[in-house]
Design a protein around this ligand. Structure first.
Ligand SMILES: [Zn+2]
Length: 346
């Protein structure tokens, strides 16, 4: 894209306004100040965007001195994104608004009716609204599910990345965090300015034996994944592992290989903190305290790395997937980030 062309410059300024309003409602004067774009241009842009239904005008801003301006916000019903979470034993679909709030959610067992059920749910969730459908985020560990009827375009989102997105949207200052997603399988991501997927972390050596599906020996995946623990204990679901205290000893045993893999990963990536996400993140405080002790004992004394529990629980996956899809399809955050980097460079 050539940014010296007026049309492109206008597109970029519109994206800047949208990404600012995504953080919360704001007056025209404040937008002008924050973005360094003159008030007349901001006013014209907002007027166009109101006409297009992208933003709405709300109450008067009484927080600033002088004549009160009206607060402008993103029109939450301007568009929607779908998110599909395809798990080994269940499939789910959710639809979210332009700010990433989940509007509807349905989950089905992964059986011969799963595709029909998901198709039906997509139809229901698309009906009765004139909101534009921007596309779909898909979180999947396999490619055996028919995705041809999912609203296009489709963005594949790694599980840990989606869960990290949801946490970052809720809490500031998560830069330097390593996210370990613990459900049926493991996944990981690192947040350093942007979210960096760490797909090889589940295949770090965490114990002596156990042949992994990757062909490796003693991988974290084969040592402690939800799937492994279910096979080991006979638990019927990953949730069951957390809820049923009868499995607490097996879960506790799994924390040792997790600590081993985390200690390696934290040192390799220079992560400052760890956050456990996914279904198995709902473990009791005592399990976190035990994992914390194990990790601290494996790290050099100078490295004080705290292990946190995700705030979002299992909602985080679909919330974060929607945010990731909006980033790409609507707010185009990657483009803005690159542009900012260029501007700082010159
Ligand atoms: Zn492996």
């Amino acid at each position: 894209m050539d940014f010296s062309k007026p049309d492109n410059a206008r597109t970029i300024n519109r994206l800047k306004v949208l990404s600012e309003l995504r953080k919360g409602e704001c007056s025209r004067a404040e937008l002008s100040r924050r973005l360094g774009i003159n008030k007349v241009s901001i006013g014209d842009m907002i007027q166009d965007m109101i006409g297009e239904g992208l933003v709405t005008e709300g109450k008067k801003d009484m927080s600033a001195p002088g004549r009160p301006g009206t607060l402008v916000s993103i029109n939450r019903s301007a568009g929607r994104v779908f998110a599909f979470d395809l798990r080994p034993r269940s499939v789910s679909v959710s639809v979210s608004d332009t700010l990433g709030h989940v509007l509807r959610f349905e989950r089905f067992p992964r059986n011969e009716d799963a595709e029909k059920n998901i198709r039906h749910a997509v139809e229901k969730m698309s009906a009765g609204s004139d909101a534009k459908i921007f596309g779909s985020a898909v979180i999947s560990s396999d490619d055996t599910f028919d995705t041809s009827f999912f609203p296009k375009p489709i963005l594949m989102v790694p599980r840990a990345m989606a869960e990290a997105e949801a946490e970052i949207a809720k809490t500031e200052h998560l830069d330097g965090f390593l996210f370990l997603s613990w459900s049926d399988t493991f996944d990981a991501a690192l947040y350093k300015g942007e979210i960096i997927p760490l797909p090889t972390l589940p295949h770090m050596k965490a114990q002596k034996d156990g042949i992994c599906s990757c062909g490796g020996k003693g991988c974290l995946e084969v040592a402690a994944s939800g799937k492994t623990l279910m096979e080991r204990t006979g638990a019927l679901s990953v949730k069951d592992l957390v809820r049923n205290t009868g499995y607490a000893a097996a879960v506790k045993e799994a924390l040792r290989p997790i600590a081993v893999a985390l200690s390696e990963a934290v040192q390799a990536t220079s992560a400052d903190s760890v956050m456990i996400t996914g279904e198995l993140s709902a473990l009791p405080d005592s399990a976190y305290a035990y994992l914390q002790n194990l990790l601290s004992s494996l790290l050099p004394p100078s490295r004080n790395v705290i292990v946190y529990r995700a705030l979002s629980g299992e909602n985080g996956t679909r919330e974060g997937a929607a945010i990731a899809a909006l980033d790409v399809f609507f707010y185009r955050t990657q483009l803005l980030r690159k542009l900012n980097a260029l501007q700082n460079y010159f």
